[in-house]
Design a protein around this ligand. Sequence first.
Ligand SMILES: Cc1ncc(COP(=O)(O)O)c(C=O)c1O
Length: 349
Amino acid sequence: MISLRKNIAAMDRYVPGFQPDEPGWIKLNTNENPYPPSPKVVAAIQEELANGGENLRKYPDAGSKEARRVAAELYGVDPSWVIMANGSDELLNNLIRAFADAGDEVGFVHPSYSYYSTLADIQGAKVVTFGLTDDTRIAGFPETYTGKIFFLTSPNAPLGLGFHNDYISELAERCEGILVVDEAYVDFTDVSAMELVKKYENLVVTRTFSKSYSLAGMRLGLAVARPEVIAALDKIRDHYHLDRLALVAATAALKDQTYLRSTVSRICATRDWFSSELRQLGYQIPPSQTNYIFAAAPDADGKQVYDALFAHKILVRYFSDPLLAHGTRISIGTRGDMEKTLAVLSELD
Ligand SMILES: Cc1ncc(COP(=O)(O)O)c(C=O)c1O
């Protein structure tokens, strides 16, 4: 008789966004980048595969030294302040494993990234969520937050609003435990909490390569924090968590900031154009600092908009959560993708 841990038996699994198998879909449901990664990333992967894949015989660098060195230079810290990861999801998981025991409190804003909840459930930690106020602050956040970890998605998902650094500083001071600023979408805005890591010993900033760097398929992320925090995360990760191709891809991507900026600015321009067109159709859209928008149609709920687009092979994301059911989250694709999406939405009655 198989006997699962009680919390594993009781928990629901996280359901990632739908990935259709057949071609022909416009995918605006998982905030992927519509453009390919930097050609330098592709060249670095090809180089790693040279000589019939000779390098693949050997294990990768378990310490991700080169990628960490390049990231550290970019963020103006010592490499001991940086850890690479197999997607930022790996970091979120290991942060909980390192800092929250079973029964300890893990907090985050709801709505935000629901995977925090799954990870806390696996650990058997207690989840406490907080809402947002109209001026993008956390409703009812205690003067001293005693939970072991608080995850702040900034800019927020799925609304797309960023938190000010003054406010993040205030939160770091009010958190007795670790404050994780999940900056998965930060490259689409100008404000980052990265500089605050040097000031607050309990602050961790996580980043992903899945959105702005167009590398969702490689599974890459990183975190910047005090060396004591990084050492804890380093201790509990799988020792070869990044393969050779991911490591060279990460290094080349970080080095090519010019390419990053060019695709990001194209996406932001498309986002602003698409948002203003939808607003003219009567949609309510909070100003987004990300590569997606959360759009509420004047006369249709999120599911109806989802269904209408689905019928035209356009995938977006709707949430059954009552706080979000009125809208849909639409990732920003190419200008052509968004023109097709707009054409369908213009016909919606
Ligand atoms: C807020 C947030 N954090 C983290 C992630 C996970 O990113 P990764 O692909 O690096 O695991 C996502 C992915 O959608 C996200 O939206």
